[in-house]
Design a protein around this ligand. Structure first.
Ligand SMILES: *Cc1c(COP(=O)(O)O)cnc(C)c1O
Length: 226
């Protein structure tokens, strides 16, 4: 897609959003020129699926990358945590105690409090990553004791394909869980961000309470993995 189209796509989405909703631009597979275009159009949060890709694009952007927030939105492997904690401003995909312990340890080493979202597997059997909804409260209570992690909300994927309306029930379920956790008033836990909705589902997600959306292809065009 050409640079002007990317800018106008971003501006159009932004202009229609309620003020409280943040856009995390899902940037996987996109090149430097595409990223620069979306930043020029006003993007301030970039979502990356891979540590290495994030590192390379940040380097390529140079100083410009410092004025942006970088979110890890892909599944994080334990052996990548050290780098992830250095690179990212938020990890949206925390879903295991093992990962939490590693993030805490690596964040502590560099004196950082790492903001995280807990990834909820709201669609359950369809997908492998994320915590089962019924395990989420207990999980958050456990990791709230880790001093170098700051739980800041929830993230969910929902089904990738099919009718976007089919996602609504999963978003609703995640929003209910979000409210339930907020009501628990767990020490050191904030339910501030609810990250849900991608290109085909973000409008529905916002109707169901999302305040952080992760569009990619609606801004940049279809991904080319070749
Ligand atoms: C790729 C990706 C997106 C964006 O998907 P699109 O369909 O391109 O909008 C959002 N969230 C996550 C976690 C992704 O991996």
């Amino acid at each position: 897609m050409n640079i002007e189209a990317i800018k106008s796509n971003y501006e159009e989405i932004k202009s229609e959003l309620p003020d409280n909703v943040k856009i995390v631009v899902a940037a996987k597979t996109r090149g430097l020129d595409e990223l620069k275009a979306v930043i020029e159009a006003g993007a301030r949060i970039i979502g990356e699926n891979y540590v290495q890709e994030a590192r390379e694009i940040k380097e390529a952007l140079g100083k410009k990358s410092n004025s942006l927030k970088w979110h890890m939105i892909g599944h994080l492997q334990t052996n990548k945590v050290k780098a992830a904690v250095e690179i990212f401003d938020m990890i949206e995909t925390l879903d295991s105690l093992k990962l939490a312990a590693e993030i805490d340890k690596r964040a502590k080493e560099i004196n950082k409090i790492m903001p995280v979202l807990i990834e909820v597997n709201s669609g359950e059997e369809d997908q492998k990553t994320g915590l089962k909804p019924e395990k989420t409260v207990e999980f958050i209570k456990d990791i709230s004791l880790l001093k170098n992690i700051k739980v800041s909300g929830l993230m969910t994927m929902g089904p990738r394909f099919g009718d976007p309306e089919d996602s609504r029930q999963f978003f609703k379920k995640t929003k209910n869980l979000f409210n339930e956790i907020a009501a628990e008033k767990i020490n050191n836990v904030q339910m501030k961000y609810l990250s849900m909705g991608m290109s085909n589902t973000y409008k529905i997600a916002i109707e169901e309470g999302s305040n952080m959306i992760r569009p990619g292809s609606i801004i940049f065009g279809e991904r080319d993995y070749s």
